[in-house]
Design a protein. Structure first.
Length: 190
């Protein structure tokens, strides 16, 4: 079983839980942007032409780490690798991301393989209650840290949970694209 860095098991309240997702090219528009990188996964900072994609799609891939292109392949991005094309959205260890299972954290806070559940969703950023339609699927999931934050974007008591592909235009304005403040994860998952 993976261990927590430090002793987080006694007091697990007060966490920030953010969600991340796979962008879908067909829901994006904007001027095309040429992307260079690797045409395969086993490459770093490649210079191959990977095609042109809508600017907001490329931005979402940089923000979220992955996006499904119109051809069905995945454009992945990592700060230490750059862009690459693949057959699946990938975590930091090269494994496929699994909706409502994969999670990301700073490795100094939660080590890879740490399992947890969310037992209290806390509050929305504005202080309001988290809608049941949002909280319920996040609480029912059994998460495992299989991914890492880009250095500088995580921090203590912060975890990111993967919810799968975006479901339509304006996805980031919808209720499931959320940040939970003061959430309570349970380590390890029961």
């Amino acid at each position: 079983m993976a261990m927590l860095a430090g002793d987080r098991s006694r007091d697990s309240s007060g966490w920030t839980v953010t969600v991340y997702y796979t962008a879908v090219q067909s829901f994006h528009s904007g001027p095309p942007v040429k992307v260079v990188g690797c045409s395969t996964m086993d490459c770093t900072n490649g210079t191959e032409d990977l095609g042109a994609y809508p600017a907001d799609f490329v931005e979402a891939v940089r923000d979220e780490g992955t996006g499904r292109t119109a051809t069905g392949r995945y454009l992945n991005w990592s700060y230490d690798v750059g862009f690459w094309l693949d057959e699946a959205p990938r975590d930091a260890y090269g494994q496929p991301l699994r909706p409502f299972e994969s999670a990301a954290a700073d490795p100094i806070v939660l080590s890879a393989g740490t399992r947890f559940t969310i037992i209290d969703c806390g509050r929305e950023v504005d202080g309001g209650a988290v809608a049941q339609a949002v909280c319920t699927p996040l609480r029912q999931a059994r998460w495992m840290v299989t991914d890492q934050f880009t250095p500088g974007f995580g921090g203590p008591r912060h975890v990111d949970v993967y919810i799968g592909e975006e479901t339509g235009p304006g996805f980031t304005e919808g209720p499931l694209y959320t940040t939970l403040n003061g959430a309570t994860p349970q380590f390890p998952a029961p």
